[in-house]
Write a protein that binds this ligand. Structure first.
Ligand code: NI
Length: 136
């Protein structure tokens, strides 16, 4: 099994809060992440596809094609957007890295033409990342 990864970056704003909590509860649980006017991150996304090498092409998946699929289905929807308001696949979700990561997986799972989607890694900062490999 070979693993092929494409990295993309995007910039988004968000506010981490639960609309069912009071302002005080949101502040207690989420701290400055729940500041009312939001804040931004430069996210790094890594999409990994696993598979066998196709002897005709030498590829698991053409990385140029993988890049285009990620841009069309993810980056165009999230880059320079407000993740609380603007992104169809995050509607009704608290835009934590966990929820964004699962949302991106769901955007891509049926769009990969060769190999299989193996993991989505989402870095919110250099030191914090979340990884999703689908339902066990
Ligand atoms: Ni944040």
């Amino acid at each position: 099994m070979i693993f092929v990864t494409r990295r993309e970056i995007f910039s988004s704003s968000h506010r981490i809060y639960n609309p069912n909590f009071s302002e005080n509860e949101n502040e207690r649980i989420f701290g400055k992440c729940s500041n009312p006017n939001g804040h931004g991150h430069n996210y790094t996304l890594e999409v990994t596809v696993a598979g066998e090498v196709d002897p005709k092409t030498g590829y698991v998946i053409d990385l140029k094609l993988l890049k285009e699929i990620i841009i069309e289905n993810v980056i165009q929807k999230v880059d320079h957007k407000n993740l609380n308001l603007d992104v169809d696949f995050l509607k009704g979700k608290i835009p934590t890295s966990e929820n964004i990561c699962v949302g991106i997986w769901n955007q891509l799972i049926d769009k990969i033409p060769s190999g299989k989607l193996y993991s989505i890694k989402l870095y919110e900062t250099e030191n914090n990342y979340v990884e999703y490999k689908g339902k066990e």
